[in-house]
Design a protein around this ligand. Structure first.
Ligand code: HEM
Length: 148
């Protein structure tokens, strides 16, 4: 596994690049849902939101989540990188589980909008927008500050 050590800075760079792309989608998609709530079903605006939401999820968020997992997993497998006895690492992994749940909920809600079956309010999506934000803040504090 010495190649993992040789490429460690590159793997970490691509990990962070993937994280940025994933987070961009996790923060923007619920914002689109908020605006989509205001557009009547069948209107041109509503059809435009459907296209934007589908493309954001398929072209950016799904690939970025997968590469975040791949590069993050490679970092975990790099000798000497992961301290499995440190609580911050487990806390980070739990928060990543939370982000992954949010990703899949957003994908379900995107499908509801696509077929015109959304029943949730703009206020609901506004509140949901805050959840990945809070999780991202928690993750960055865990990896940088390592408070415990
Ligand atoms: C499957 C998902 C993930 C795994 C397995 C994972 C794992 C890791 C590992 C092992 C490191 C290397 C730590 C070191 O070099 O000491 C790392 C670095 C980092 N991760 Fe993740 N990570 C994941 C997702 C995320 C997410 C979602 C975020 C942010 C929202 C994130 C933010 C960071 C940052 C900022 C660093 C650089 C920290 C530093 O250099 O001090 N990671 N990750």
């Amino acid at each position: 596994m010495t190649w993992l050590t040789d490429f460690y800075p590159w793997i970490k760079a691509f990990h962070v690049i993937s994280v940025i792309a994933w987070m961009a989608g996790l923060l923007y998609l619920p914002r689109l849902f908020v605006y989509h709530c205001e557009a009547p079903e069948g209107s041109r605006e509503s059809e435009t939101f459907k296209t934007m939401e589908r493309r954001l999820l398929r072209a950016i968020m799904n690939p970025a989540m997968i590469t975040t997992y791949i590069f993050g997993g490679l970092l975990l497998a790099t000798p000497g990188v992961a301290d499995w006895g440190a609580a911050w690492l487990w806390c980070k992994l739990a928060l990543i589980g939370g982000l992954t749940v949010m990703h899949h909920l957003f994908a379900l809600w995107q499908k509801d909008f696509l077929v015109g079956h959304n029943t949730r309010s703009a206020g609901f999506y506004r509140a949901m927008n805050e959840v990945p934000t809070a999780m991202m803040i928690g993750i960055v504090v865990m990896v940088i500050v390592r408070p415990f």
